[in-house]
Design a protein around this ligand. Structure first.
Ligand SMILES: C[S@@+](CC[C@H](N)C(=O)[O-])C[C@H]1O[C@@H](n2cnc3c(N)ncnc32)[C@H](O)[C@@H]1O
Length: 213
C-alpha cells in the first residue's frame, strides 16, 4: 500500500472507486464509504435535515453537493464548503455554490449564517465535536442554528483514528468522531448551545441546536 493524502483518496472515492473506512483503533469492522448515498440526488429522506434549514445555509463538508443543490432549488442562499477539490467541483457541477475551505479557515459571511448544516455524520469532522460546534457558533448569526445529523440514540460519543483505503492507496490517519443523539445535549452545552428539538425519520436522526440561554 502507498500512503496518500486524505484529499487524494477521497477524490478517488468521489470518482466512483470503491473505498473503505478503516478505524485504526479497531472499534468497528472496515466499511465501504457510502459515496453513492452522497452522490445521488437529494431525496425524501433528506428532508429530515432540509426542512430544518432556515435562511442562508452553510453546508459544512458538502461532499458532492446533493444537499447544497437541493437547498439552492428550495430558494436558500447556500454555500457548500469542503477540503477536497473534487467535492467542490462536483457541487459546482450541480449548479450550487461551493468553495474549497477547511471549516476552521476564515469563511465568507462569518457571524451571519442562519443555519450551519452538519449532515451525513459531519459532526465527526476533526474528531472534536465541541470544537467544531464552537466554530459553527462563530459562523452563525446569534439567531442561527446548527442542524446536525447524528447516530441513533445509545451510540454515545466515540472518537477514533481512521484511514481511507482505495485500491493500493491508503490515506494518512485522520481523527473522526461518531456522535449519537444521546450525546448531543452535553456536547452542545459545552459549546454554549442547547438542543432545541430532535427529529427522526427513516432510521435517520437529527438534532437542532440553538444559542444557549
Ligand atoms: C461524510 S462526507 C459528507 C458528505 C456530504 N454531506 C454529502 O451530502 O454528500 C464528509 C465530508 O467532509 C469533508 N471534510 C472533512 N474535513 C473537513 C473540514 N475540516 N472542513 C470542511 N470539509 C471537511 C470531506 O472532504 C467530505 O466531503
Amino acid at each position: 500500500m502507498t500512503e496518500a493524502t486524505f484529499t487524494t483518496v477521497f477524490a478517488r472515492a468521489l470518482r466512483g472507486h470503491p473505498c473503505q473506512v478503516v478505524e485504526v483503533d479497531g472499534y468497528d469492522e472496515p466499511r465501504l464509504l457510502p459515496v453513492s448515498d452522497w452522490a445521488r440526488a437529494a431525496d425524501h429522506a433528506d428532508h429530515l435535515l432540509l426542512d430544518r434549514c432556515v435562511g442562508a445555509t452553510l453546508d459544512i463538508g458538502c461532499g458532492p453537493g446533493r444537499l447544497s443543490e437541493r437547498l439552492a432549488d428550495l430558494g436558500h442562499v447556500v454555500l457548500g464548503i469542503d477540503v477536497v477539490p473534487e467535492a467542490v467541483a462536483q457541487t459546482v457541477g450541480r449548479g450550487a455554490t461551493a468553495l474549497r475551505r477547511n471549516v476552521f479557515d476564515v469563511l465568507p459571511g462569518e457571524g451571519r449564517w442562519r443555519t450551519a448544516l452538519l449532515a451525513d455524520g459531519n459532526i465527526g469532522i476533526g474528531g472534536d465535536p465541541v470544537t467544531l460546534l464552537r466554530r459553527a457558533r462563530e459562523l452563525l448569526d446569534p439567531r442561527g442554528r446548527v442542524v446536525v445529523e447524528v447516530a441513533p440514540p445509545g451510540t454515545g460519543l466515540r472518537t477514533t483514528w481512521a484511514v481511507l483505503t482505495c485500491g493500493e492507496e491508503r490515506s494518512r490517519p485522520f481523527r473522526w468522531s461518531v456522535v449519537g443523539l444521546d450525546a448531543m445535549p452535553a456536547l452542545a452545552a459545552e459549546a454554549g448551545l442547547q438542543e432545541a428539538s430532535t427529529h427522526q425519520a427513516g432510521g435517520r436522526w437529527c438534532s437542532v441546536l440553538e444559542e444557549g440561554r
